[in-house]
Ligand binder design. Structure first.
Ligand SMILES: [Zn+2]
Length: 324
């Protein structure tokens, strides 16, 4: 569908990914906006504010990168560092009806963070000097691994050093260095205080991707393009338009992704594909834990018992299961 007018309805456009591509240009991208979903993941954990924000960024990145997942495919982002935040993991599972009980095909997100032993003290100290610590300040030296498991054959994994001020920069580096692809990513994660005083998380992101010039996109590209059209379709020009995106635009639940894309790219023309829903979803289950426990030695199980019971908490969703 071509985007050609601005949607002004006051409804919320959240928990969705909106894929798009530009007219006559080998450029495509995605817009993501999350409300209840990111709030649900982050509120399950009681992390210090900068850690929740960092995990929120990684969840938003995961949603942006997961649009081409095959059915039941899993995309995992893992960051390991020497700093206060020692480990971050998020994953997106493109689940189909029979596997996750969803009414339609949906992308399920989840994630958690681990802190170093003295992580809390380190973050407390950081807060004295900066309001928004950088990636380096929070995680130190480390790496980011992106793993794609399509369910067919061995998973594919790419690894890059944790470089840059943010996770989005680290992911941009991953595409430039490992995939030889130009990619631009902008993210915004914010905790709002609502009218009733309750604090909730929101996030938004946009990604622009330069496709290989020689194919890859199933589209007829007209041969009678004027030099003006060619300039409008260039990566350089569209990168400049992309960089005018503001955090408020990314986070505004009443600004539809199509309206945002129209604002940015209407000069050259922008097209959208179907929106994809994003949900919170954890793949843990009592049965899975039960089968892991059944495979353990009797003495180990005995050592795990407290008051005659074994309690197992899922790190992703914080749900607890008790076994007698
Ligand atoms: Zn779980």
């Amino acid at each position: 569908m071509k985007v050609n007018n601005i949607d002004i309805e006051l409804i919320s456009y959240e928990n969705i990914v909106q894929p798009f591509f530009l007219n006559h240009a080998p450029v495509r991208g995605r817009v993501v906006r999350m409300g209840a979903v990111i709030d649900d993941v982050l509120q399950r954990h009681a992390y210090p504010l900068p850690v929740s924000r960092l995990l929120g960024e990684m969840l938003t990145l995961t949603a942006l990168l997961s649009t081409n997942l095959p059915e039941n495919g899993i995309l995992t982002l893992q960051a390991k560092g020497s700093g206060a935040v020692s480990f971050l993991v998020t994953d997106a599972n493109n689940c189909v009806v029979e596997n996750c009980g969803a009414e339609n095909k949906t992308t399920n997100l989840r994630g958690y963070a681990n802190l170093a032993e003295d992580g809390l003290q380190q973050i407390k100290k950081l807060k004295e000097t900066t309001k928004k610590p950088s990636l380096k300040q929070l995680m130190g030296e480390g790496y980011l691994a992106i793993t794609l498991d399509t369910g067919l054959g061995d998973p594919y994994q790419g690894i890059v050093p944790l470089e840059g001020d943010s996770l989005s920069q680290a992911v941009q580096n991953y595409f430039v260095n490992s995939q030889q692809m130009d990619v631009l990513i902008q993210l915004a994660v914010r905790r709002n205080t609502n009218n009733d005083g309750k604090k909730t998380w929101k996030s938004g992101g946009i990604m622009l991707e330069r496709m290989p010039e020689d194919g890859g996109i199933q589209r007829v590209i007209p041969t009678n393009i004027t030099p003006e059209d060619a300039a409008l379709s260039s990566w350089e020009y569209n990168s400049l338009l992309f960089k005018t995106t503001t955090n408020d635009e990314l986070l505004d639940p009443h600004l539809s992704p199509s309206a945002l894309l129209y604002r940015l790219f209407n000069e050259g023309g922008v097209w959208i594909n179907d929106q994809l829903p994003v949900n919170f979803g954890c793949r843990c289950s009592r049965d899975k834990i039960d089968s892991i426990l059944s495979g353990m030695a009797a003495q180990d199980l005995e050592d795990m018992k407290v008051d005659g019971k074994i309690t197992v908490t899922c790190q992703f969703c914080n749900n607890t299961e008790e076994f007698s």
